[in-house]
Design a protein around this ligand. Structure first.
Ligand code: NAP
Length: 514
């Protein structure tokens, strides 16, 4: 069994009450171990007895950790000072289940090794290393050397993920371990290593409490247990991902994981952030697909990789649906048990399904020229609408209109703007965490504000936040609005069907994202 350890910072004696409450809530939520991060204590006069009390009152077995500044903590003292502190703790008869000692200090200080030896015999040693910058060049040698240390009960290796691929290396380390091991990656890119630690045989994964993260990229215990079903994940569990950048605000993990649970499907969907650019997408996909033990079975694809997704599947000889082909973009990849790839686009039918009117014969001002724009144009033109494309980058808009190669899709002309039946935003302007969260794309692209007032419907693709500046402007003008979560739900339901053949509960999904 892989433990969930909640990591709780306690910076001073007066913080203990609050810290204990956070620990109790986390244990209630599913944590089995509490890591007390007491980085500042060795320098506090008479602190050993108070720390002993902290360990004694802990709502679950404890790990006592004094993390140095070099390895991401706050302890500025030397290994010998830490040894003195540990000896004082030992004198109180305190008995944490584990102490975490950094390998660099361990090999440097004989006094520290002696102090650990003097701890109660039930105290285990977690020998740890943390690289705050990235994967250390000598990662494998360090893993071998640390596991060779006889005193170590558990070896802990943590580094900052620079790409989604780092997670696979953490799983590889776990697979080849010779003693209990923790292998985790920090940062947003490292989440899979934390969620899938149990599936890969890790000794534990760390999670955060309401007190906040003690390492960048931890998720809280409740999210780990409920959303990602940490306890239920097995080596055979199928992995799905949401690929994009940024994806912190994505709702996909919330709905799809609920869908898997309700349908009794042994699968989990995780954020798999992939940095901008075709090369980065291609390299990440190649690595994820080349590791059969990762068991990747499908992807949602979002900004800015929808065109890359189509290209990747096409170049790999996979199947591309007609609508994805016509759109020149895919938001869904299905991966068969044999690795066969298929690309589809569920944005396109989702737009028509949620528009609330028949677009046939309508005039549409389409804002944007990226992946979502392609899907919108392909479906609207097919449904008989006439689309004018407005985009910040003129070249991209021209290239889009050229590839669409349809007289019903033309470049918008700011000198000849007339009333539109539908104003449809596919830019990421107004998106939380995006390039211009406070922007209104109509204004940004130089269209007059009255196009919003005169439109029969304003359709917003952005769903985080719900009330984007464009949605607010449309509501203020009493123009009917379709907000991004309607499209989100419709396209996500189609994705789920493509992956599983099952029908999720749209009502339940709507409740979850409301
Ligand atoms: P994309 O391919 O990266 O395209 C982004 C578009 O936004 C481009 O047209 C880009 O113009 C424009 N843009 C970015 N920053 C801008 C700025 N500061 N000013 C003006 N225009 C700007 O992204 P996408 O996949 O099409 O997605 C676009 C948006 O739709 C995202 O917010 C995404 O979350 C949302 N979306 C929602 C759903 C849903 O289910 N609700 C589905 C799909 C997409 P340039 O060409 O000039 O760079």
């Amino acid at each position: 069994m892989t433990f969930i350890a909640v990591s709780i910072p306690v910076n001073a004696p007066e913080d203990i009450g609050v810290a204990m409450a956070h620990a109790a809530a986390s244990v209630e939520a599913g944590a089995e171990l509490v890591e007390w991060r007491i980085d500042d204590w060795p320098s506090i006069e008479g602190s050993a007895a108070v720390v002993a009390g902290l360990v004694g009152d802990s709502p679950a077995s404890s790990i006592l950790t004094v993390r140095s500044v070099t390895e991401g903590g706050g302890f500025e003292g030397s290994a010998d000072e830490l040894a003195t502190f540990l000896r004082a703790v030992a004198a109180t008869d305190a008995c944490p289940r584990y102490v975490d000692i950094e390998y660099a200090m361990w090999i440097e200080s004989e006094a520290l090794r002696a102090a650990v030896d003097e701890l109660h015999e039930d105290v285990g040693l977690i020998l740890s290393m943390h690289d705050m910058l990235g994967r250390p060049d000598d990662l494998l040698r360090r893993a071998v050397d640390m596991q060779a240390e006889e005193a170590a009960d558990v070896v802990k290796i943590v580094w900052r993920a620079r790409s989604t691929r780092d997670n696979l290396e953490a799983f590889e380390l776990l697979r080849h371990r010779s003693k209990p091991m923790i292998a985790l990656c920090m940062g947003e890119l490292g989440l899979p290593s934390r969620v899938l630690a149990g599936r890969a045989g890790g000794f534990l994964t760390f999670a955060s409490s309401a007190a906040g993260e003690t390492a960048d990229g931890q998720c809280d215990v409740t999210t780990l247990v409920q959303r990602y079903r940490f306890r239920a994940l097995r080596p055979e569990t199928m992995v799905y991902g949401i690929v994009g950048w940024p994806i912190t605000h994505s709702l996909s993990p919330i709905v799809h994981n609920e869908g898997f649970t309700s349908a009794g499907i042994d699968a989990v969907l995780l954020p798999l952030p992939v940095l901008k650019g075709w090369e980065s997408f291609k390299a990440t996909m190649a690595v994820l697909l080349s590791d059969p033990s990762f068991n990747l079975r499908g992807l949602c694809v979002t900004v800015p990789h929808k065109e890359h997704a189509l290209r990747f599947v096409r170049e790999a000889g996979g199947a591309v649906s007609d609508i994805a082909e016509r759109a020149g973009a895919a938001n869904t990849i299905v991966i068969g048990p044999d690795g066969a790839l298929a690309a589809d686009n569920t944005d396109a039918p989702a737009i028509i399904e949620t528009l609330g009117c028949d677009p046939s014969g309508s005039r549409v001002a389409l804002l944007g020229a990226g992946g979502a724009a392609r899907a919108a144009i392909a479906s609207l033109v097919e449904a008989g609408a006439r689309v004018d494309v407005f985009n910040r980058g003129a070249e991209r808009a021209a290239a889009l209109v050229e590839t669409m190669d349809n007289p019903m899709c033309t470049l918008g002309d700011l000198d000849e703007v007339s009333g539109y039946d539908i104003v449809l935003n596919t830019t990421s302007v107004g998106m939380e965490g995006g390039p211009e969260p406070d922007g209104n794309p109509v204004e940004d692209l130089g269209l007059p504000a009255w196009v919003i007032e005169e439109a029969g419907v304003v359709y917003e693709c952005v769903y985080a936040p719900r009330r984007t500046p464009l949605v607010r402007a449309a509501l203020a003008a009493d123009t009917p609005v379709v907000t991004g979560e309607a499209m989100f739900l419709a396209q996500a339901i189609r994705q789920f069907r493509l992956w599983t053949g099952c029908e999720p509960s749209s009502d339940r999904w709507r409740q979850l994202i409301d």
